[in-house]
Design a protein around this ligand. Structure first.
Ligand code: NAD
Length: 492
């Protein structure tokens, strides 16, 4: 295992993301020896913290992590805090001097990772100052890490992209979609491209429909302020669901490298045409959760939510891909809060046999084969096949092959952010999104958003907390003579 060398400059070093995700992720790499002597971190934020206080914050963020107190203290000593306002140009001069000093002190080879762990409205200012105050290193790499949300529509996303592109090239920009760091999402490529059995069946000839569900059982919690300006469509569909669609439906990339994979994803996403207003009404459903005794408040009763809010906490829809491989295969998507159970999963529903000669139980149809990938909270997959009922009956009945990922191996596997950090250090952009992918998904989302914003409350379906969402989401599939495979049972 080779040790990585880099200086991390974290804008928003006192924030929630930094403390909950970034510091534990960096520590994970340190604990494994991937970061050792040659790394340093500068955290910047507004609060006037000392380095000593910052070290305490770092150690607090590692409670529960493996390793001795001594190891954690040694790790924390690589951290330096600088208090300042990111809109103040003088700040960047101090930052550059500190960066140069640490570069020499830790022999970092001029490698720099700029991590934007702050509200997106600051990104343009930071990028501009990083360039004008010469924080970019002349030797080694310069990489910019950008969190979601990347814009709130195509226009703002493009503006943001143009702004950061003043200082960083596409090659240097790493846009995070942490779903791409999840084990089962990373398993999609090997499943499709290392198993001819599945690879040959991966098209409209054999697949009837695909269902993607990202279900949460909790409500808006402490994210009310952000959620009121975003809604489920922007929060989950534009990014995570579209990335999953791309991984599931792209053509086989020419090679296993970031450029080829991005090209394949871009091609399939551009084959998803934005809907007309009529299509939006026909193919997309939005909902908002209601409350009740023992279930909690309704969305409109939550803190910091408008009492007449029309923001959707649930989205279901049908996405169509206009290319030869997928034409006519619906991709049903849904995501929501306060649903019956928490689970992220993909169900690939194959076409049932069309010329069955075998007896079936009660003369029903032979069940379709379904390949299910469970992304979380469990991690694994199952494949539903048909066999003979045990005993004297000759009837065909479905059974399931289950594969749960090894829990011990999983426990040792890096958490999503740790893997993303490692990829950043390796310059591996496989698990990051290209601007063209975001642009395509925003065009699709904008067409829906415009209709919903015009409709306001019209068409907003309310659903009871603890259910699988509004009836309209079931009707959406029923109209196509289909139904959701997953009905909220966490054992399936
Ligand atoms: P946060 O509000 O907890 O932290 C914001 C940070 O920015 C703080 O360190 C604050 O001091 C600093 N800051 C604000 N204004 C500043 C200024 N003028 N000058 C210098 N520093 C300033 O936010 P967060 O939850 O850590 O989120 C950070 C970013 O990451 C956001 O873009 C968010 O959308 C994204 N994100 C967060 C999470 C998460 O789990 N928290 C997950 C995904 C994406």
């Amino acid at each position: 295992m080779t040790e990585k060398r880099a200086l991390f400059i974290i804008f928003g070093g006192s924030g929630d993301l930094a403390q909950r995700k970034l510091y534990p992720a960096l520590y994970g790499l340190y604990y494994q020896g991937r970061l050792a002597k040659h790394f340093a971190v500068i955290g910047t934020a507004r609060r006037p913290w000392t380095d000593d206080h910052y070290h305490d914050i770092i150690k607090q963020s590692l409670v529960g992590a493996p390793g001795s107190a001594h190891q954690k203290t040694e790790f924390a000593e690589h951290f330096y805090y600088q208090s300042h306002d990111v809109t103040d140009a003088a700040h960047y001069v101090t930052l550059r001097d500190l960066a140069e000093k640490l570069d020499k002190q830790y022999a970092l080879d001029g490698n720099r990772v700029f991590y934007m762990a702050m509200a997106p409205r600051f990104f343009a200012t930071i990028a501009e100052h990083v360039k004008s105050e010469q924080l970019l290193s002349a030797k080694g790499f310069n990489r910019l890490i950008v969190e979601k949300p990347f814009g709130r529509d195509f226009a703002t996303a493009k503006q943001l992209n143009d702004d950061i592109s003043q200082a960083f090239s596409e090659e240097q920009i790493y846009r995070i979609d942490h779903y791409l760091g999840k084990e089962m999402v990373q398993d999609i490529m090997p499943l499709r491209f290392a198993n001819p059995l599945l690879g040959h069946a991966w098209s409209k000839d054999f697949i009837d429909n695909i269902q993607i569900t990202l279900a949460e059982d909790i409500g808006v919690e402490e994210r009310a302020g952000y959620y009121e300006t975003a809604g489920a469509l922007r929060d989950m569909v534009q990014n995570h669901i579209f990335q999953i669609i791309a991984m599931l439906t792209m053509e086989k990339p020419a090679r296993y490298d970031a450029a080829s994979i991005h090209a394949a994803k871009r091609a399939v996403l551009s084959a998803i045409k934005p809907y007309t207003p009529t299509q939006v009404h026909d193919k997309f459903v939005r909902g908002q959760y209601l409350g009740g005794d023992d279930i909690g408040l309704s969305y409109r009763e939550e803190d910091n939510i408008a009492s007449d809010s029309t923001v959707e906490t649930y989205v279901a829809g049908r996405v169509d891909i206009d290319n030869d491989r997928w034409r006519g295969v619906p991709i049903y998507i849904r995501t929501g809060k306060r649903l019956k159970a928490k689970q992220s999963r993909i169900d690939i529903v194959f076409k049932p046999t069309s010329d069955n000669i075998l007896p079936t139980v009660n003369d029903t149809h032979v069940a379709p084969n379904v390949l299910t990938l469970i992304i979380e909270p469990e991690t694994g997959m199952h494949l539903t096949l048909n066999g003979k009922e045990i005993g004297t009956s000759d009837a065909v009945s479905p059974f399931t092959l289950d594969h749960a990922l090894d829990q011990d191996e999983l426990a040792k596997a890096p958490e999503a952010y740790q893997r993303l950090m490692l990829n950043i250090l390796d310059g591996n952009k496989l698990t990051f999104t290209h601007w063209a992918e975001l642009a395509a998904s925003w065009h699709f989302i904008d067409a829906i958003r415009t209709v919903w914003d015009n409709d306001k409350a019209d068409g907003l379906a309310f659903y009871n907390s603890g259910t699988m969402g509004p009836q309209q989401a079931d009707d959406l599939l029923a109209r196509d003579h289909r139904q959701w495979i997953w009905q909220g049972d966490t054992t399936k």
